[in-house]
Ligand binder design. Sequence first.
Ligand code: HEM
Length: 466
Amino acid sequence: MKTKKNVLERAMVSVQTKVQATVPAERQVQAAHMAKKAQRLAGKGKPLVLTERPIPDAADVPLAELDVSNPFLFRQGKSRDYFKRLREEAPVHYMPDSPFGPFWSITRYEDIRAVDTNAEVFSAEPVIVMGDIPLEIAMFIAMDPPRHDTQRKAVQGVVAPKNLKEMESLIRERIVEVLDSLPTDRPFDWVDRVSIEITGRMLATLLDFPYEQRRKLTYWSDAISGTTEGTGGITHQDEFFKATAELAREFIALWHDKAARREQGETGFDLVTLMQSSDETKDMISRPLEFLGNLTLLIVGGNDTTRNSMSGGVLALHQNPDQFEKLKANPDLIPNMVSEIIRWQTPLAYMRRIATRDVHFGGQFIRKGDKIIMWYASGNRDEAQFDDPDAFRIDRANARHHMSFGFGVHRCMGNRLAEMQLRILWEELLARFDQIEVIGEPTYVQSNFVRGYGRMIVQLTPKSDG
Ligand code: HEM
């Protein structure tokens, strides 16, 4: 039946679509920024300010007040005990009041899997982080089927096995370049020289972005995923908008440049070429916000995650020298170790869902519209799933069953690419170095979403020829 509301809603969508198609994405981002600033001037939507304070031990906090949204939890080494207590005493836990609003925490492996594979009852829309974000850029990670499925299908070719095979030698070449440029006579920052550098090179290749400007990709990704309101990070709203507008401008220019080069006969296996060659996506440029959303998703999805697994692996092996010895004695363990690194690190702590209806779950009553956080960081340490879960064991039999890539329709699209990069990195590291010593304590990123490192100083010992 055509209600007045339906007609109005359809008219609004039609106007929005026309606006999107005619106004450049950069301008739309700037307009949203102005609107946000105006709101702030009117005293609404004040930026969130978070101050780090020592976090009490899990055992000293009343269960009802255990707040795992605290972005300093991982940095202060408390997340392990907080999640253990929730798994044991309140596996479906309600936090009525946090800087990111009220939310449910799901902390057991099987419960997380049940939520993640039920997109009908647990919606990924409109965003997948705990708090609010300054601008909702349409990304398929935060869309439900069927819209999600069409959009994912349109771009997944970029990481399809055939494409990855073609990319493998290029990835190795780039990793080798980075490793061969490392100093062996003095300590250096592993995060900056290796993890960020390799990830940036990979993303530039995947997107055919100007190679010498690859650090811009890292900057945009960090700024977009690190807002204080969204994840408890350090990015101010103004920085977010600046980064998003820049990204929009540069990628729209890249699209046009690529189209001109293709007309001259140039071919490639990068994302923009794939989009321009597929019937479903060749006119994506006339839907600039959708184009921006897909690019942002690939940049953010492929950046922090792989980067922090590259740093996390070095730290895990440093803390477990017996495992490094085991690896050197048996390099065939590399693929299994890559899974164990991704489990142990859990680069993204969670994904968020919204209940689409009232539902009984795990003995609790969750109301329609409630926010639900699936804590992968906890599921990956669930004793019921993993034997001695806090231990790092490169030959763990079920390491591949980790939940760091999620489950269900949103299961990570780049998982094979991430694993391939990490596998090649460790093959090439083993060929060159006998030891990678972490000096002092690394610094940790402020976030309740990204579990990562700011700096990690290391000293390399080259392999002795004998
Ligand atoms: C160790 C590295 C990585 C981890 C831990 C990781 C983690 C995740 C997680 C947890 C999800 C959501 C799963 C869910 O909701 O069930 C996801 C989705 C996604 N990831 Fe990754 N990711 C990694 C690497 C990458 C890379 C390298 C790329 C791209 C080049 C990428 C692209 C994506 C995309 C496009 C999605 C959305 C999939 C969808 O909604 O259908 N990821 N990833």
